[in-house]
Design a protein around this ligand. Sequence first.
Ligand SMILES: [Fe+2]
Length: 466
Amino acid sequence: MSKRMASTALPLVSNSARAFVVSARAATRIALLTLALIAASASAQAQVTLTHGPITGAVDANDATVFTRTSDVATVAIQYSTDSGMANPTSSSSFTTNANDDFTSNIQLTGLTPETAYYLNVLVNGVPQLTAPFPTFTTFPVAGSVRQFKFIYLTDFAAQSSQPPGLTFGTFSAAAAENPKFVYIGGDFDHSGPITIQGKRTMFKLLYDPTQSGLADFVNKILRGMAIVHCWDDHDSGPDNDSKTYSGWDWSYQVFREYVPMYATPAPQPAVYQSFSYGQVDFWATDMRSQRDDEYDVDGPHKSMLNATRLGPQSELAWLENGLLKSSATWKIIISSDGVANPTVRYPDLWAGYQTEFVALRNFINSNQIKNVVFLTNDLHFGGIDDGAESGFPEMTVGAVNLLIAPGSTCRASNVGKWDVGTYYNDTGPCYQYGVITVSTNPDQLLLQIKDDQGNVRISYTVNAN
Ligand SMILES: [Fe+2]
C-alpha cells in the first residue's frame, strides 16, 4: 500500500472509528470531570459553616430578625421552634450570603406568636449547624399590653483585640440570671475605634465569638439567650469624639447593618436611631454620634446633638420630639450612647456641651406635659442615678461591663459630678457592672438598679409614675 493510498484509505475506514473512540474517551473524561466537580462542589458547600450568630433583634409581638455569618458563600435559612429541643421546626426563607456583605445575613421571621419563647438553629447549605441547647429569644407582648418585666443594660466593652487571654467575668452570667425580656447594648461596643471596613467587621466578629477571652457567657447567655437592641457611640463607630464630620460614616453604617439586627427606622443613612415598645413603655434608642455637631463648637442655637445635619422635620430631633408627643405609653425611655443628660459630668461631649438644645428639648417635653420621661445613658464608665434634680429627668447611667483597670487606677472616665441618688465606681481598680430596669404596675413604677459583677445591688432608685 502506497503511502498515498494509506493516507487516503485510512480516513475512509478508521477515522470514524477513531472519532468514536475519541468521542467515547472524551465523554468518559467529561463525565469523570463532572463527577469530580460535583463532588468538589458538594465538599466545598459542606465545608462552609456558621461562624457567628444567631443573634436576634428587631423583635416585636410577631416578628424578629436573626443575624448570622457564614465562612463563605452559602444558602442560609433559620429553623425555629417553640420546643427547646427543636421539634417540628419551621424554616424561614433562605438567603444566599455574599462577600460584599462579609457573608452576613439578617433574616426576618414573621407570623410569630406574642410572648413566646422560640429556639433557633441555622441551616447552612441545608446542614443544621447547632445542637442543644439552642439559642433562644422571646417575642414581645401585643402593642398596648400592660406588663411587669425587666430588661438589662450592658455597655462600654473592652477593646477585645487587646484583652489578655484567660479572662472571666461574672457580669454576663449575673445579668442573664435576671431573666430579662431583652438587653440594650450600649455604645463603645467596643473601644477599639476601628477605622477600616475590615477593622469594623473584625470588632463585631471578636465580640460575637464565645471563644474570645471573657466573652463565653456574653455570647452564650446574652447574645444567644435574648433579644438585643443596640446603638453605637464614638469608639465603636469611628475615632474618639466623632461627629457628623467623620469621613467613615458610610463604612460604619454598612458594617452596622451587616452585623446588627435592627428595627426598621426612618433614620437617613448613616444614622441608626430606632424606636420600639414593650408593654407600657416606649423606647427611643438614639444615635448621638452621626447626627451631632462637633463637641468643641460653641454652644448655642446652631450646635446640635440630634440635628446637625439640618434635616428639620426629617431629623432625629424631630423624630424624638414627635414620638414623645404622640406616645400614649406610661413610660417614655430615652436610651442613648454618650447622651448623659446630667450636665454636671464630663464637658463638652455629653449634653453638658449641648445645653441650648437640651434645654429646648426639656422645655418641649414640659410645655407639652409629656410625663414620665426617663434617661438611660452610658460612657462615664461608672454608675450613677439621679432623681431628676440635675437635668430635670430621672436618669441612670451605667458603667463599663468588662473594662480592665490597672491596680491603683480609677474605672471612671469622667469627673463624678453630682448624682442625687448615688454613684458606683472604684478609684483603685475596676468596677464591672450592669443596669437592670424593672417595670411594675399597681402602682406604675420603674426600679432602676446598678449591680456589680456578682449581681449585688450598688445603687437603687424607684421612679413613681405621675
Ligand atoms: Fe466608653
